[in-house]
Design a protein around this ligand. Structure first.
Ligand SMILES: [Zn+2]
Length: 343
């Protein structure tokens, strides 16, 4: 249950303040000094006259905060005209000023929390505290306010934290950005990205990242680290994809016509070139590990097969380099690329 920490009018520790009086001039986004302060030289409506000029910061604290409060307004979400809601995180040092309509529209969960506060008196500012850290809370608000800069993701752990928060508070606007980040991660760490997609129920990302995992030998990967807590059903799907693609890709290679791979060398005797025989022989193991076209159509792999064949046949290299053979290789590569590549 959300807790109504206070409203500006009813809090036991906040003196009555008309929020409108706090809005002029609007605070600079680059500073938190105007967090809940009256404009320079003005007093809040409820402020008692002071016998002498106190430093402005002191008066602000006196007017709007409990004595000794270390609360500051978030520089990214300062108070402003129309902002009638304050969100606080678990490590409460910052206050995030927002408008309840935008927040309610973006998050059904926050809407429920705010509604639970009961009838709102006109002109009051409500304060809602959430369990998230200020860093997560700020990121959530950046998703909620589409015109603000999206949060910078500095680690995979942070990405997961944000996904958890987006799911918990049902902030749909966050999933586009976070999903894109998961796909970015898949370029470098495909298994980890797949695991994250599974853990957070990102169906489309699960599908797309599964394709990236084809580059990885899942049997030799440290699965306990990468995908340790992924449900077995999702790992089973992934293994099925790898196995099925490996056998289909191998079929493409083994059943390919060999007319273009005919070598006139003495060893090959106008039969199938030894270098292609080598490719077929090695493809089984290679494709089982990483069932992608890059595994067997990359120049290094092919050159290695040609070198091995060259020890037996002096003509194999020229067949490999021939236009017809190269064209056939390109056709076969396309055929492997066209195979189903996602769960
Ligand atoms: Zn040959």
């Amino acid at each position: 249950m959300p807790a109504r920490l206070s409203t500006w009018r009813s809090s036991s520790f906040v003196r009555p303040v008309n929020p409108a009086s706090m809005q002029s001039p609007p605070p600079s986004p680059s500073t938190d000094r105007f967090a809940v302060a009256p404009a320079r030289g003005k007093r809040m409506r409820s402020e008692s006259p002071t016998p002498h000029d106190e430093p402005e910061e002191t008066r602000r604290v006196k007017c709007a905060r409990p004595r000794g409060s270390r609360l500051r307004a978030s520089p990214a979400f300062p108070p402003a005209e129309g902002k009638d809601l304050i969100l606080r995180g678990s490590n409460t040092l910052l206050e995030f000023h927002a408008d309840r309509q935008t927040v309610c529209d973006a998050s059904p969960v926050l809407r429920s929390m705010i509604s639970a506060l009961g009838e709102r008196e006109p002109g009051t500012i409500e304060i809602v505290q959430v369990e998230e850290t200020e860093e997560i809370l700020e990121a959530m608000l950046r998703f909620i306010y589409p015109k603000t800069r999206k949060p910078m993701l500095s680690s995979v752990e942070q990405l997961e934290q944000l996904l958890r928060a987006a799911k918990k508070y049902r902030i749909e606007a966050a999933f586009h950005t976070l999903g894109a980040a998961v796909l970015d991660l898949a370029q470098k760490e495909p298994l980890r990205a797949y695991a994250i997609s599974c853990r957070h129920g990102l169906v489309e990302e699960m599908r797309l990242t599964s394709s990236h995992t084809l580059r990885v030998d899942i049997l030799k990967s440290d699965l306990s680290h990468e995908v340790g807590d992924v449900k077995p059903v999702f790992m089973k799907k992934l293994v099925q994809l790898h196995n099925s693609r490996a056998s289909q890709a191998l079929k493409v290679i083994l059943e390919a016509g060999t007319e273009e791979f005919t070598c006139k060398g003495e060893y090959c005797e106008d039969g199938v070139a030894e270098w292609w025989m080598e490719v077929m022989k090695r493809s089984r193991g290679e494709l089982k590990s990483r069932p992608t076209s890059e595994t067997i159509f990359n120049p290094a792999f092919l050159a290695s097969c040609v070198r091995t064949a060259g020890k037996r046949c002096g003509e194999c290299a020229s067949n490999y380099l021939s236009l017809k053979a190269q064209h056939k290789l390109a056709v076969l590569k396309d055929a492997v690329d066209a195979l189903p590549a996602t769960i």
